[in-house]
Design a protein around this ligand. Structure first.
Ligand SMILES: [Zn+2]
Length: 222
């Protein structure tokens, strides 16, 4: 069995891998965005201004949800948004925040993602909500994100980007990729005309089908 130190080291490698992947797949450019993983009563999070291609597992910041950390390296400016999401939802084990192009474009238009496609249900509801704008790094933004994520695994952040969570690094990455893909498809549909939105009954049937077949890889439960 892996000891406590071994688990911490493995989680540091996971977070570094995730940050690299998010950047390599074009979901973040430069040092924008940040990722974290829950550990005990706190988290391991990317430091401020670190690039995906040069991230070092040992340079990640271990901190508690109140903001205390050891060492000289400061955590991401968005640490509070991550902390409040972990506090609010026990299913959240890994968090990805990006300024991915299509999510950010929709967020700049003040749009949420409605049920234009049945797979919107994969994020836990009939739409992907848009959290209202607040200053980056603020407690207000953290509160907006928590509210927009209630019962969900992803949300858009107005004039900013997106944030999502998963049960592990691989599922959080998949959720981020699926959300950006869906945002791109919705933008394409909007550019060509008026997308047809599925009704509540149709979406309830999709949720039911997901439950039956366990096809909800992003969800931490079931
Ligand atoms: Zn941001």
């Amino acid at each position: 069995m892996m000891g406590k130190q071994g688990r911490t080291a493995a989680l540091r490698r996971d977070v570094a891998w995730l940050h690299r992947e998010v950047c390599a797949r074009g979901l973040n450019v430069g040092s924008a965005g940040n990722v974290s993983a829950r550990i005990g009563e706190g988290m391991i999070i990317t430091p401020t201004g670190v690039r995906g291609d040069t991230v070092d597992p040992d340079a990640l910041v271990r901190m508690d949800f109140a903001g205390a950390y050891r060492g000289r390296i400061a955590p991401s400016s968005e640490w509070q948004m991550h902390a409040e999401i972990y506090r609010a939802d026990p299913r959240a084990m890994v968090i990805v925040h990006t300024h991915a192009d299509c999510c950010t474009a929709l967020a700049a238009l003040g749009r949420h993602i409605p049920a234009f496609h049945y797979d919107v249900a994969a994020f836990g509801g009939d739409d992907v909500r848009l959290a209202p704008y607040a200053l980056f790094g603020s407690a207000e933004l953290a509160g907006h994100a928590v509210a927009a994520l209630e019962g969900r695994t992803a949300c858009l952040l107005a004039n900013h980007g997106m944030i999502c969570h998963g049960r592990d690094a691989a599922s959080a990455l998949l959720t981020a990729i699926r959300l950006e893909t869906m945002a791109r498809q919705y933008l394409l549909a909007l550019a060509a005309g008026e997308p047809i939105i599925l009704g509540a009954d149709a979406m309830a049937a999709v949720s039911e089908r997901y439950k039956t077949y366990g096809q909800q890889p992003e969800r931490g439960t079931t």
